[in-house]
Design a protein around this ligand. Structure first.
Ligand code: NAP
Length: 285
């Protein structure tokens, strides 16, 4: 039976560390601020933004919410980003995706100052992740790495399989595992023999977006299984990409959904915002 990796507990530890550093910066007269921009009325986005604001409050980070109407134009959003880039109270800028279809999200991301890009989505920061020299780690993959590390299992030399190749999860996840000397395979919708490849993984990360996609026959006995998926099952209940009940019996370690990767993504965002404040105030050791 797998040990459950407790993302809530680990994220609370990360946030407590951030809160202590934020408090120490405040004593030196440096405040830390995150601007959270939400466009439109997507209910899931609203939940994510509220969770991020709550985490800011818990860490002593000032949060500034900009809730814009659904019909906001690209020009209006670009103007706001420019204003935030020049606002010294704002150390990090997060634009909650997806944005309405009249807005090109690539243009919006490109407009964010790389120094305030706490999601690590801009081209420059993505490039830095490739070469392994970065200030900001992409939030979800970095959170996954912390969860893997919490097991005590070393990535070095292990077979690591990432299912999914999105720019925000799959690709950077594979890169972080590679930087730790994992032997990494990235699977996607064109992959042949997916079951066979996954069943050889010592570390399996699922970022597909399909409930129950990873079944027990795809998992190696004793593997570390990280479930990034956030889906709704037929009953409308939040669930991951992994068939938790079956895989739990076979894996060595497994993250639950909810309470696994989700809280770690937010904790990493807090850590990145703190790093941004340090970089902007020349305080990075
Ligand atoms: P995405 O952009 O939709 O990417 C999904 C990936 O899964 C794609 O690369 C796709 O392959 C692959 N895929 C789809 N069907 C497949 C199949 N049958 N076999 C193999 N691969 C398949 O999604 P994402 O943004 O990476 O997110 C993935 C999941 O993580 C979603 O449930 C999302 O909600 C969740 N998520 C959670 C957090 C968190 O904090 N917990 C953060 C971000 C995302 P192709 O490239 O070939 O299409």
């Amino acid at each position: 039976m797998a040990q459950i990796i407790d993302g809530k507990k680990i994220s609370a530890e990360v946030k407590a560390g951030v809160a202590a550093e934020v408090a120490a910066l405040k004593e030196k007269g440096v405040s830390v601020g995150l601007a959270v921009v939400i466009v439109g009325n997507n209910p899931a986005s609203r939940v994510y933004v509220n969770n991020k604001k709550k985490a800011c409050a818990a860490c002593g980070i000032d949060s500034y919410e900009y809730a814009l109407p659904e019909e906001t134009t690209e020009e209006e959003l670009l103007r706001l980003i420019d204003q935030l880039n020049h606002d010294s109270k704002v150390n990090g800028i997060l634009v909650q995706l997806p944005v309405p279809k009249q807005i090109d999200d690539h243009k919006i991301i490109a407009a964010i100052s790389p120094l305030k890009d706490v999601d690590a989505f801009t081209e420059g920061n993505v490039g830095k992740i490739m070469i392994g020299e970065y200030n900001f780690l992409p939030c979800t993959p970095a959170g996954c790495m912390d969860l893997i590390d919490s097991t005590g299992v070393s990535v070095d030399g292990k077979n690591c399989v990432v299912i999914g190749r999105s720019n925000i999860v799959g690709k950077p996840m594979a890169m972080l595992l590679l930087h730790r000397n994992g032997t990494v395979t990235i699977c996607h919708s064109h992959t042949k023999n997916l079951r066979e490849i996954c069943s050889q993984a010592d570390i399996l990360v699922a970022a597909v977006g399909k409930a129950g996609f990873v079944t027990a026959d795809m998992v190696k006995e004793g593997a570390v299984v990280i479930d990034v998926g956030m889906n709704r099952n037929a009953e409308g209940k939040l669930c991951g990409d992994v068939d938790f009940e079956a895989v739990e019996k076979k894996a060595g370690y497994i993250t639950p959904v909810p309470g696994g990767v989700g809280p770690m993504t937010i904790a990493t965002l807090m850590r990145n915002t703190l790093t941004a404040a340090k970089v902007q105030n020349d305080l990075l050791g």
